[in-house]
Design a protein around this ligand. Structure first.
Ligand code: GLA
Length: 396
C-alpha cells in the first residue's frame, strides 16, 4: 500500500484554520484478522495484524468549546459544541470522532474545543476496521493535545466504548487493540478476556508468501443488526450451557470436550456456539503452527475457519464464498477465508509470491464474470500500530 503522506493534510489544515497551527498528527492503522472471528466478544482468542493503510488526523486545540471537523475523503465538514454532543445523520463518519470526545467526557476528562482534519487510505465498509482506525487515531490525538497520560490499553478500551455506546455497534475489542498495538511483521495473539497478548512473527517474506486481501465490493449492509443478534445468541447459549457446565462465564470457557453438550442446544444456538468453540481452538492451533513454521497447517485452518463461519455462524455471503473458492483454485494457495464481521467486506488468502500474478488474474476475471463486480486486491504489510507526531517534527 502506498504510504499516506501528511503533507496534503497539513496544507488543508492551514488553509481551513489560518489562525491555528496543527499541533499533532495521529495515525491509526486498519487491521486484517488472520484467525479468530467472532470470538473476541466471547472472551476468546484472536490473531489480527495491523496493516499499512489507515486514518490520519491533524489537530490543534482552538481555545473555544467548539469542535470543527473536516474530512478530506468526504470533502465534508461538521462542527459541534462540547456541551451538546449528538450523533450526526448527515456525516456518519463524524460519529466515531464525536464518540471519542463523548467517551473522554464520560470518564471525567474535560476535552477542549479543537480543529481536526482527517484523511484515510483504508477502504471503508470493507471489513478492514476503518472505524477502529479513526477512533484509535482520535483517542491518541486527544490524549496528546491535552497531555493526558493514559496507557495504550486504556485508549483501546475507550475507543471500543465510543463505538459501543455512541455509535451503537456492540463490537468486541479486537479491532481497536490491533490498531493501537500492532507490530511490524507480526500478528497479535490476543486473549480477549485477560488482554494478555503476544506479538508473533509472521515469517511470510522468508517463506515467499503474501497475505492477499480481496474486497468483494459488497458493503457490509447487515453487519450492524446481524452482528448484535449473533452476540445475543452467544449469550443465550452460555445461559443454557451453564445448566450443564457450572461456572462458565462465556463461550471461551466451553472446550472441545463439551461439544456434545453444545450440539444438544436448540438451533441456531448449537451452530453459533460450535463455531466459537472450534474457532478458539483453531487460533491456538494456528499460532502453534506458525511458531513451528508449518504454514501449510495454518492455511488449512484458514479454510476450516471459513467453513465454520459460512455453515455454523452464517455470516458469510455468496460473494465471499465465491472469492474463497476461486482463491483455492489457484495452484499453491495455502488457504483462504472471509475476514472481519462478514456479510460482505474482504477475504484473505495465503498465496506464494510467485503465484500472485496468477491469483490476481484468476480471481479478478472469474469474480467479475460471475458477479459483475470488479474486486480490489490488496497486499498489505503487517504494520506497526497507532502513533503520533507532534511539535518540531511537524514543521519540517
Ligand atoms: C468486527 C468487530 C470485532 C469482531 C469482528 C468479528 O470487526 O468490530 O470486534 O467481533 O467483527 O470477529
Amino acid at each position: 500500500m502506498a504510504e499516506l503522506k501528511a503533507g496534503r493534510l497539513l496544507e488543508e489544515f492551514r488553509a481551513r484554520f489560518p489562525h491555528s497551527q496543527p499541533a499533532a498528527v495521529a495515525w491509526g492503522p486498519g487491521r486484517v484478522n488472520l484467525l479468530g472471528e467472532h470470538t473476541d466478544y466471547n472472551d476468546g482468542f484472536v490473531f489480527p495484524m495491523a496493516i499499512d493503510a489507515g486514518i490520519q488526523i491533524a489537530g490543534a486545540l482552538n481555545g473555544t468549546s467548539q469542535v470543527n471537523l473536516y474530512s478530506l475523503n468526504y470533502a465534508a465538514e461538521e462542527s459541534f459544541l462540547l456541551e451538546e454532543i449528538a450523533p450526526s445523520e448527515k456525516n456518519p463518519w463524524a460519529n466515531y470522532l464525536k464518540g471519542v470526545f463523548w467517551q473522554f467526557q464520560k470518564l471525567g476528562y474535560k476535552p477542549q474545543g479543537a480543529d481536526l482534519v482527517i484523511q484515510g487510505n483504508v477502504p471503508q465498509g470493507a471489513g478492514l476496521s476503518s472505524s477502529a482506525a479513526l477512533e484509535v487515531a482520535a483517542a491518541l490525538l486527544l490524549a496528546t493535545l491535552h497531555s493526558w497520560r493514559l496507557d495504550a490499553v486504556d485508549l483501546v478500551k475507550l475507543a471500543q466504548k465510543a463505538e459501543n455506546e455512541f455509535v451503537g455497534v456492540a463490537c468486541g475489542i479486537m479491532d481497536q487493540f490491533a490498531s493501537m498495538l500492532g507490530q511490524e511483521d507480526h500478528a497479535l495473539f490476543l486473549d480477549c478476556r485477560t488482554l494478555d497478548y503476544e506479538a508473533v512473527p509472521l515469517p511470510l517474506a522468508e517463506r515467499g508468501l503474501a497475505v492477499a486481501v480481496v474486497n468483494s465490493g459488497v458493503r457490509r449492509g447487515l453487519a450492524g443488526s446481524e452482528y448484535n443478534t449473533r452476540r445475543r445468541q452467544c449469550e443465550e447459549a452460555v445461559q443454557l450451557l451453564r445448566e450443564r457446565i457450572p461456572g462458565i462465564k462465556a463461550l471461551r470457557d466451553v472446550g472441545a470436550e463439551h461439544l456434545n453438550l453444545v450440539n444438544e442446544l436448540p438451533d441456531p444456538l448449537a451452530k453459533r456456539a460450535r463455531h466459537v468453540v472450534t474457532e478458539n481452538a483453531r487460533v491456538l492451533e494456528g499460532v502453534a503452527a506458525l511458531k513451528a513454521g508449518d504454514l501449510e497447517k495454518f492455511g488449512r485452518l484458514l479454510n476450516a475457519s471459513h467453513e465454520s463461519l459460512r455453515d455454523d455462524y452464517e455470516v458469510s455471503c455468496r460473494e465471499l464464498d465465491l472469492l474463497v473458492e476461486l482463491a483455492l483454485e489457484v495452484p499453491g494457495v495455502l488457504g483462504s477465508r472471509m475476514t472481519g464481521a462478514g456479510f460482505g467486506g474482504c477475504t484473505i488468502a495465503l498465496v506464494p509470491q510467485t503465484s500472485l500474478p496468477a491469483f490476481k488474474e484468476h480471481v479478478q476475471s472469474e469474480y467479475q464474470r460471475r458477479t459483475g463486480i470488479e474486486p480490489e486486491i490488496f497486499s498489505f504489510r503487517p504494520a506497526p500500530g497507532a502513533r503520533v507526531t507532534a511539535g518540531a517534527d511537524l514543521r519540517s
